[in-house]
Design a protein around this ligand. Structure first.
Ligand code: PLP
Length: 455
């Protein structure tokens, strides 16, 4: 039998030349974004005030199956792509499992995560439109970093609203962004109306993603030549991230490997949506079947315990309404250390697929996540991001089930990034000071009561 190499790399010619739009193969399309005032589907002209023109087209297009990747973006991708698909031989051995484990590693670039795949695309379209710059929010800092890199490449101005608690706790992330030329403002700030309002209502607040989004949107619509960009959740972001799944599938096909289980962590849903895209496409077309598992933190369980309903994407309620699994736009998760998984909602595409029964979701507690992270770091060498470690946890648990049953399943998971900027979290774990706060039903109910009433 052919020996599978440790790392399956594609060469440049084998890289995907087009993004795949999963929506084209969905029978039940994701619900449209609604204008919060009229509750009617957002029209392109309305969205173009906030987002770049071509990105709006991508956002609204449920039918075009492939979008060619512009040459300029392909050139940038070539600096860090194709990313390796790694056979986790050492992890398999450590677990003593007959399962075969593969991970797609997206942390091999300075931003340290998959987010660069979409930030470079969004910056490209902003530049093409002749804009001066873009605004955005960042929680843990990965998206802000990825966007700063992309903006500096295309010589665009970049304004980042960073959740205050991260701004203070993660000065190094902030400095990486400034190295790439971004302006970083702690949110909530007094530079926007919505920020001032939130500060007045909640003095001393350390901020949230939803709140930083509101500020970034306001900053974009109130300055000439600026648009707002978002690092996850939106359809366009899942489209760009399909490059992850297309590469994964090409690498597996090269060695005739068919996965049984595909696993990814889910914050807003972009890496998972990208990783599973071509596989889910086959599933939707009835060609193949895979088990697909979304993994979320027990402290922010939007798929596993949320409601499938229209909700605001941000705390300030300035953004369109999206139909998604949500915990309510005021939900602020307890201090867990996977910053990228703290969003209250989930991509409309993934929400629809989950509701239609095409994928599973589980939630895991953070001490279990760090236990898996540490084991992985010790045997596979890579120090994983806390977000990515949710997927590691689930992959390990599935591999251990195979050990019991003797099944030789093939498991593929997304290793979305590295955790060098998360050492405070690792420190808490090592010192036994990490807790596993899980919200009660009563607490979640409070968020559901405030969902906008739309049918
Ligand atoms: C942002 C982030 C995530 C979660 O975001 P998704 O949009 O759900 O993919 C996961 N892993 C890392 C390393 C991240 O930076």
């Amino acid at each position: 039998m052919q020996k599978i190499p440790y790392k399956i790399y594609l060469d440049e010619q084998e890289m995907p030349k087009a993004w795949y739009n999963l929506r084209a193969d969905m029978k039940n399309k994701p619900a449209p974004l609604l204008n919060p005032e009229t509750c009617q589907p957002m029209k392109a002209e309305e969205l173009e005030g906030v987002f770049c023109k071509e990105l709006v087209q991508q956002e609204l297009d449920n039918d075009t199956k492939f979008f060619p990747i512009p040459e300029e973006i392909l050139d940038f991708y070539k600096m860090y792509r194709p990313s390796p698909l790694v056979r986790a031989y050492c992890l398999e051995k450590k677990l003593g499992t007959p399962a075969k484990i593969y991970y797609k590693f997206e942390g091999n670039n300075t931003s340290g995560s998959h987010k660069l795949n979409s930030s470079i695309a969004q910056a490209y379209y902003a530049k093409k439109q002749g804009l001066k710059g873009v605004t955005t929010e960042t929680g843990a800092g990965q998206w802000g970093t990825a966007l700063s890199m992309a903006c500096s490449y295309f010589d665009l101005d970049c304004k980042v609203y960073m959740v205050k608690v991260s701004y203070e706790q993660k000065p190094f992330r902030r400095e990486v962004m400034r190295t790439y030329g971004a302006t970083v403002t702690p949110s909530p700030s007094d530079t926007t109306n919505v920020g001032r309002q939130i500060l007045k209502e909640h003095p001393g607040t350390t901020g949230s993603l939803g709140c930083a989004i509101s500020e970034a949107v306001e900053a974009a619509v109130s300055s000439d030549g600026y648009r707002y960009v978002l690092g996850s959740v939106l359809n366009q972001v899942l489209l760009h991230q399909s490059v992850i799944g297309l590469e994964t599938k090409a690498a597996l096909d090269k060695y005739n490997i068919t996965p049984d289980i595909i696993i990814g962590c889910a914050g807003g849903g972009s890496n998972l949506g990208g990783l599973i895209a071509p596989f889910m496409g086959e599933k939707l077309r009835g060609e193949k079947d895979y088990r697909i598992i979304a993994v979320e933190p027990a402290s922010c369980p939007s798929l596993t315990r949320g409601k499938f309903a229209y909700d605001f994407c941000d705390t300030g309620k300035v953004c369109p309404l999206a139909k998604m699994y949500t915990l309510g736009c005021d939900f602020i998760p307890s201090a867990n250390h996977a910053g990228g998984l703290r969003y209250h909602g989930m991509s409309s595409i993934l929400s629809q697929l989950y509701d239609d029964g095409y994928m599973e979701a589980i939630s895991v507690e953070q001490t279990k996540v760090f236990e898996a992270a540490e084991m992985f770091a010790r045997v596979e060498g890579i120090l994983p991001a806390p977000e990515s470690s949710h997927a590691i946890r689930a992959a390990i648990d599935e591999a251990l089930k195979c050990k019991e049953t003797g099944e030789e399943k093939t498991i593929v998971f997304g290793l979305t990034g590295t955790g060098y900027f998360d050492m405070v979290a690792y420190e808490k774990y090592h010192d036994g000071k990490m807790d596993d706060y899980i919200p009660t039903d009563e607490e979640l109910e409070k968020g559901f009561e405030k969902l906008p009433k739309i049918d």
